[in-house]
Design a protein around this ligand. Sequence first.
Ligand code: 5GP
Ligand code: MN
Length: 343
Amino acid sequence: MELDSDNLSQLREIVYGAPCRITVVSHTNPDGDAIGSSLAWAAFLRSHGHTVECVVPNRFPYFLEWMPNISTLRIFKDDKKGETAAFISSSEVIFCLDFNCIDRLEGLGETIQANTNARFVLIDHHLDPPEGYDIYFTSPAYSSTSFLVYQLICALDGEQAIDKEMGENLFVGMMTDTGNFSFSNLSADLFETVAALVRRGLDIPRIHSLVYNSFTVDRVKLLGYALNKMETLRVNGTGIAYITLREAELRKFNFQQGDSEGFVNYPLTVRDLHMSVIFIETRNFIRISLRSRGDVDVSRFAKVYFGGGGHKNASGGKSYKSLPETITYFRKCLREYFGEAEQ
Ligand code: 5GP
Ligand code: MN
C-alpha cells in the first residue's frame, strides 16, 4: 500500500524537526492494537529526540501487562494531579492512533480539543475519518494500526529502526486485530512483515501464549457460562447468535476489564452462523460488540441502530435502554435489516 507522499513529507518535518513535546493518544478500553501501535510509535519519536507521552483514557486488560514499556503509558482516569492534562495542553503535536473520533474519548477528548495550537496527526484504520486533522494516514485496508505504524517507520527510517521491543508491541497489534491472522483483511504485505520480524528473532509462540493463554480461572468459567446462554435465530436465511451478560452475572465471576474480550467471536465457530452480538451491561449503558463473516455488514448495522460503527465484520455500539428492551429492539432491527420475518 502506498503511503501518501504529501502527508509523508509533512510527517518528516515533525519527526526530523526540532525536538518537541508530543502526545500519542489512543482509544477508550485500549486493546492490543491501540497499545502496541502507540508504544512503538512513541518509542520511535523518542529515538528522534522528542519528549513523548503516551496516553489512554482508562486502564488496559491485565493480559497485556507484560507488553514492553507498558509502564510508561499514562492512564488519564488515574491521573489525579493533572500532570497528563498539563502535558497534553502544552504539546506541539498530538498523534491519534487506532481511533478517529476524539469525541469518543470523553474527558480526555475535551482536554485534547482544548489544545488548539497543536498539530493533529491521524494514524488509524477505521472507516470515515472526520475532518479536522492536519495530517492523515488512514485506510481500512490496513488490518491494524500497528501494521500501518510498521509501514510508516519503514518508510521513514527503514526496517532496522524497529528494535525488538517495538517489534513485539507492533506484533501484538497485528495479531490481535486480525483475530490471530484469521480475518478477511489479511494481505501478503502483512505476512511479509511478520516474516521480517521472525527473521529478526521475534518469538511468536511466546507472545501468543502471553496474550491468549494468560487468563484467570474466573474468566474461563465466565466464557463457559456466556456460551451456555447463547441464543440463536435465523432471519431471512442469515444465522445470528447473541449473548447477554448483566452486571450481577459479571460480578459473580469477579469480572475484570478485558475478561469478555473475544467472547463475541466464539458463536462464529458454528457453521451457518453469520453474525454474532454480545450485550454487556455496564453502570450507565449496554455495550454492544458485533462480529460477522462474509457479506454481512455489522458496521452499518451498528451505525444505523446503535449509534456506533467500526469495520464491516467487527463493530460496536451502545444502548441506553434496559437489557430486555434492548433485546426486543435488537430483534426488531434484525427483521428490518435482513428484510423478512424470523424463522
Ligand atoms: P469491540 O467490539 O472490539 O469493542 O469493537 C470492534 C470495533 O468496533 C472496533 O474497531 C471499534 O473501534 C468499533 N467500535 C466499538 N464501539 C464503537 C462505537 O461505539 N462507535 C463506533 N463508531 N465504533 C465502535
Ligand atoms: Mn485497531
